[in-house]
Design a protein around this ligand. Sequence first.
Ligand SMILES: [Zn+2]
Length: 310
Amino acid sequence: MPDNRQLIELYAAKDIDESVARILRDLGNPEPPLRLEDVCELLKLDLSYYSKSDLDLLDEISHRTVMAGNTILTNAKRMWDVVTKAGLRGLLIPSQRQIFIDDKVPTLKERFLIGHEIAHDFIEWHRDLMMGDNEHSISPQCHHTMEAEANYGSRRLIFLGDRFADEWRDQSTFDWKKAAAVGKVFGNTITTTLWEIVNSCPSNLPALGMISVHPHHPGFCSRAGNGNVAYFFGSDAFNNQFANVGKEDVFRELRQYVEFKKRGPLGEGVQVLSDVNGEPFEFQFSTFCNGYDVLTYAEMIGPHRRVIGF
Ligand SMILES: [Zn+2]
C-alpha cells in the first residue's frame, strides 16, 4: 500500500463481527442509539473519566498499568507524556476491568472512543497482549493493526452491526444531509458515519472516504500532521482494485472542484482514478466541512470514456 490505509484482515473482521453480534444479542438487540453503559455493564467494565490536570489520578492509572504488565506505559512520567503529548484520550486496563476516558472529549466523539476501548477488550488477542507480562514492547506495525481493529470494532458496535447498513441501503444516492441524519439516529458523528458508509458498501462497489485539511484554507484538520490527509479508507472493492491509489492522489482531485467556503457542502465533482491495471474509472466525489475537518466521499460511476481527438 502506498499509504497508511487502515486495513484489517478478513478473518479478523469476521471475528469482530461475531463478537459484536453476540454482545448485541445478549443485550436483546437494542434499538439505536446503543447505550454504551449497558455494554460496559454486560462486559463488567468500569468506565471512569480522568482530567489531564489530575496528576494524582494519572499516577494511579500508570501504577495500575504497570501492575497489569502493560509495557506500553511503564511509569507515571511516561503516562503523563502519552496523555499530554501523544494526545491519548482513552485507555483500557483489562486486568482491572477499567476504561479511562479523557473528560474533555465531546460527548459524540466520546462514543467512538469508548467503543474503541471496549473493542480492545472483546478482541481476544488484544486483551491477551495487554494482560501479558511480556518484556518486549509491541511493534509499531502490531500497534497499527490493533488500532485499526479496535476502530473497526467500535464502529461495528456503535452502528449496531449490520443494522446501519440495512437503514443506509434504503437511501438511493449519497447525500451529506442524509448521512448526518442517519448517523444521528445511531448517536454518532458525521465522521464515524462516513467510515461506516464506506465500510458497509455493497461488496462490488469501489468507494472511498477521506478526512483531510481544506485545499484552500489553513487551520483545518490538525490530525493530518505535516501532510494533507489524516485518514483515508476504502471499501473492499476499492482496496482491491485501487490499491495503487494513495491518499495524496485523492487529495489532488479535491483541488479540482472544492469551493472556497469554510463550512457545509464544499462541492461535487466527477473525477478520474486509474486502477491497478492503469484503466481509468470515473468517481462521483462529494466534499463537506464540519467546521474542523474536510470530509470526502467518492464512489465509482463506471469506466472513463476517453475522448479521442482528431
Ligand atoms: Zn487503542
